[in-house]
Design a protein around this ligand. Structure first.
Ligand SMILES: *Cc1c(COP(=O)(O)O)cnc(C)c1O
Length: 392
């Protein structure tokens, strides 16, 4: 049983004797009762074979941790209340005052916001690098550098970086300076399906379970994964101190979404490629950004390192269209709803002024529309795009 999608359905969980139901139970607890004072004193909250308090784990959270670790090819997993909480947990666990964090300029916007407001206030230096140029990362590393974020594909503009080249830069700098550099990947886009992040040599993966693992657009959750037991220990310590627990009902929703995740990822992928190709042939369109489209930034790296692509593509319109006209195009769409997030059942879109999102110099498109393709029929979605394009 090696196929990932099979292993997401079949898990070592054994239902109680005489009750052979497939779904695991939803155990709810803040308090866990100890049989005596000796047990209360001796039980260690970090261990995964005993329980001490709801915040530190229940049999239900344990099952989801194991399944997400399986999905990503990791040894350890910590669950947190959102994808953004996964990002902030890594920062709080790894960084101290005086350290430097390096973030790709096209990172998820709230990763940058957390660094700008919180990490800077705690005395951490925040540096942005061009993820499409490994030499730019090499030039920005200093003896203070501690944590380097990676994201594939980039947020909104969907450039696919050369992850092995970026990781080679980190390893050679780290060994030359005898410095513990931590490489953390936001793996929400790949989701454990498009590529195997830990085989590339990252130290930490964060995953917004809000997206593909849930698939329902109805729950927020995140995970922080690692193969390094010492790093996991640090992450668990910080997790316990900041109190990032998750609710059993939310865990149940994600567990319910997981078995269909492989099928959903493939269906979203096929529909997205079809619509992205179609949009590229439209006269109003300057270019379509999607890692699996030849000519899109990072296409060669995507083709070498990935076997699939997520449900996102972005469209840059011909320059004679004003941002107001692009807004009007978005308002004219009927099936594509206006909203954030992705990998749910409903197709979404949102217009962005990329020049406002980036810190490094451009060129950055001033009006771009990011699409998230849902599970509707592709021909209905194409018709929706066509009627809105006709009004442009
Ligand atoms: C959505 C998303 C997040 C944050 O997840 P939330 O659960 O919404 O906090 C982080 N990174 C990426 C790449 C995302 O798409």
């Amino acid at each position: 049983m090696t196929d990932l999608t099979t292993r997401l359905v079949h898990h070592a969980y054994q239902p109680p004797e005489g009750f052979q139901a497939v779904p695991p139970p939803v155990h709810k607890a803040s308090t866990v009762i100890f049989p005596n004072v000796a047990a209360l004193r001796s039980r260690q909250w970090k261990r995964r074979d005993t329980y001490t308090y709801g915040l530190h784990g229940t049999p239900t959270t344990l099952i989801l941790e194991e399944r997400i670790a399986t999905l990503e090819g990791a040894q350890h997993c910590v669950l947190v209340p959102s994808g953004l909480a996964a990002i902030s947990l890594v920062g709080m666990a790894v960084l101290t005052s005086g350290d430097e964090v390096l973030i790709p300029d096209n990172a998820y916007g709230w990763n940058k916001a957390f660094a700008e407001a919180q990490l800077k206030a705690w005395g951490v230096h925040v540096v942005y690098y061009d993820p499409m140029n490994p030499q730019d990362l090499a030039a920005r590393l200093t003896p203070r550098s501690r944590l380097v974020w990676l994201e594939a594909a980039g947020s909104i503009t969907l450039e696919f970086p050369d992850l092995p080249a970026l990781l080679r830069v980190l390893r050679s700098y780290g060994s030359a300076h005898r410095q513990g550099l931590v490489a953390a990947l936001d793996n929400t886009w790949g989701a454990g399906i498009a590529f195997r992040p830990f085989e590339l040599g990252i130290d930490i993966s964060v995953h917004a379970l809000t997206k593909y693992p849930s698939g329902g657009a109805d729950v927020l959750m995140g995970a922080v994964l690692t193969c390094d037991p010492q790093m996991h220990d640090r992450l668990m310590d910080t997790h316990a101190r900041v109190g990032f627990g998750v609710g059993a009902n939310d865990v149940e929703l994600v567990l319910r979404g997981l078995p269909s995740m492989g099928l959903r990822y493939a269906a979203h992928d096929a529909a997205t490629r079809e619509l992205a190709l179609w949009m590229q042939s439209q006269p109003q369109v300057e270019r379509v950004l999607h890692p699996a489209l030849p000519g899109s930034p990072g296409f060669e790296a995507w083709r070498r390192d990935c076997t699939a692509a997520a449900c996102l593509f972005s469209v840059v319109f011909k320059p004679h269209f004003s941002p107001d006209q692009i807004d009007g195009f978005c308002d004219a769409l009927r099936l594509f709803k206006l909203g954030y997030s992705w990998a749910g059942p409903i197709s979404l879109c949102a217009p962005y002024d990329v020049s406002k999102l980036r810190t490094l110099d451009g060129p950055h498109p001033r009006a771009l529309v990011r699409f998230s393709v849902g599970l509707e029929s592709v021909s209905d979605l194409r018709q929706d795009l066509a009627q809105a394009l006709a009004r442009l």
